[in-house]
Design a protein around this ligand. Structure first.
Ligand SMILES: Cc1cc2nc3c(=O)[nH]c(=O)nc-3n(C[C@H](O)[C@H](O)[C@H](O)COP(=O)(O)O)c2cc1C
Length: 144
């Protein structure tokens, strides 16, 4: 069974909600999905053993949150080349973080990126729930 790791960085919980909705979409299609706070990723071995990775951060002051930056330096050593990837994050107005994460996964880790980054103002507004679940389904379908 394919396995996907979803790692989120959040301050007020919106990005965690999106992570859980993406996981629902993945599980709907069959693969296993594990949702983890970025603070639980301590070494690159914590990132090993999955077929797909979805990394997300809220945007603050035009940037991804510091714990996600630190985690991406760990991920650089985890040999994720060719693995399926995606990125996401909650935002208020500019939402830079998901695209920054996506570009790093694509250009540095050389992952097989699905679609584009998922940016949501709120997981519960404007069809966001469906969009997040659909993003998870797309990740899952790329694995099978
Ligand atoms: C001090 C502060 C700075 C913020 N800076 C940005 C920003 O530069 N761009 C943006 O799109 N949203 C910005 N936001 C909005 C957050 O990204 C938004 O509230 C998001 O839903 C928070 O997600 P979280 O609950 O996962 O932490 C900012 C919010 C605060 C409180």
């Amino acid at each position: 069974m394919a396995r996907v790791l979803i790692v989120y960085s959040t301050r007020t919980g919106q990005t965690k909600k999106i992570a859980e909705l993406i996981a629902e979409g993945i599980r709907f299609e069959g693969p296993e999905a594990k949702v983890t706070n970025v603070t639980q990723i301590k070494t690159e071995t914590d990132l090993q053993g999955y077929d797909g990775y979805v990394f997300g951060s809220a945007t603050y002051h035009g940037e991804m949150m510091q714990p996600m930056k630190t985690m991406l330096f760990l991920a650089e050593k985890a040999n994720l080349e060719g693995k399926v990837g995606g990125s996401f994050g909650a935002f208020g107005w500019s939402g830079e973080a998901p695209a920054r994460i996506f570009d790093t996964m694509k250009n540095i880790f050389k992952m097989d990126m699905v679609d584009g980054p998922l940016r949501l103002k709120s997981s519960s507004l404007g069809g966001g729930t469906q969009m997040a679940q659909d993003y998870g389904k797309k990740i899952a379908r790329r694995l099978t």
